[in-house]
Design a protein around this ligand. Structure first.
Ligand SMILES: NC(=O)c1ccc[n+]([C@@H]2O[C@H](COP(=O)([O-])OP(=O)(O)OC[C@H]3O[C@@H](n4cnc5c(N)ncnc54)[C@H](OP(=O)(O)O)[C@@H]3O)[C@@H](O)[C@H]2O)c1
Length: 238
């Protein structure tokens, strides 16, 4: 048999999956831990405005409810545990200082959930912002280590909370780098990012490469300070 015969008899290889063929996540409930802060509120506002069901979480349920009422668009507020329990996808938007303790306390509620970490471990001194070096490699890897029963991904690091929260801004003109260990999970997060007008989720690797994505925010803060801007990012040629 010649090699061309081989090619004729070999089972047809499945065509490569179109990377932009993403699942429909419109029916999923999105929770935001630390959803009373600028980043969490901004994401909640944009997702809810796009038609997603959103629950924001807080350490105090009444704070979350007050913030949810301000946001409108059907956003609900709850304490972080109830927010995690009732959501399919849970965005972690607490400060780096409270990251480990928050996730450790919610391990049970977050089991089986798609967790999206957007936490940037940063320090600030008189020279500006700089990236911290978490022991686990990154905030996302710390989340994965603390939540062995959850599907941990990382995304939404490079957004401006100012633009997210500004109702006069119609579109959020940026790409979102999405990292994770499973294609099904990163596809869902890309699809979620794509629900927000102007925003596009782009797969950017495994969690072991989350550090530089988180760290890049220190550079964006420098850009913002020099140019008085709210810089976003675009990945070209994809
Ligand atoms: N701001 C941005 O533009 C931006 C952009 C991309 C990513 N991020 C990342 O998103 C995360 C949130 O940013 P943010 O500016 O919204 O932060 P933030 O206002 O400092 O914190 C968000 C919320 O987290 C809760 N919180 C505060 N300290 C906590 C602690 N020790 N443990 C648990 N919860 C605590 C607070 O809610 P309650 O008091 O109601 O519990 C607070 O409203 C950060 O990790 C940041 O790196 C921010």
């Amino acid at each position: 048999m010649t090699s061309s015969d081989d090619a004729k008899t070999a089972p047809a290889k499945a065509p490569a999956k179109d990377p932009w063929d993403l699942p429909d996540v419109s029916g999923l409930v999105v929770g935001v831990l630390g959803g009373t802060g600028p980043q969490g509120k901004g994401l909640a506002y944009r997702l809810a405005k796009a038609g997603q069901k959103v629950i924001i979480g807080s350490r105090a349920a009444d704070r979350a409810r007050t913030a949810a009422d301000e946001l409108g668009h059907g956003v609900e507020g709850a304490d972080n545990a109830e927010c995690a329990r009732r959501s399919d996808i849970v965005i972690v938007a607490v400060p780096w200082d409270g990251h480990a303790a928050t996730l450790e306390a919610l391990r049970e509620e977050l089991a089986g959930k798609l967790v999206v970490d957007c936490v940037n471990p940063l320090g600030f001194d008189k020279k500006g912002a700089y990236a911290l070096k978490p022991e686990e490699g990154s905030a996302a890897e710390q989340a994965a280590a603390l939540l062995p029963d959850s599907r941990v991904t990382a995304a939404f690091h490079h957004l401006s909370a100012v633009l997210l929260q500004d109702p006069s801004v119609g579109e959020i003109d940026t790409d979102v780098m999405v990292l994770g260990e499973s294609r099904a999970d990163t596809d869902m997060v890309q699809a979620l990012a794509g629900r927000i007008p102007g925003m596009r989720g782009v797969f950017a690797g495994r969690l072991r490469n989350a550090h530089q994505v988180e760290a890049l925010v220190a550079n964006l803060i420098s850009v913002n300070r020099r140019y008085k801007a709210h810089a976003g990012l675009r990945v070209t040629d994809v």
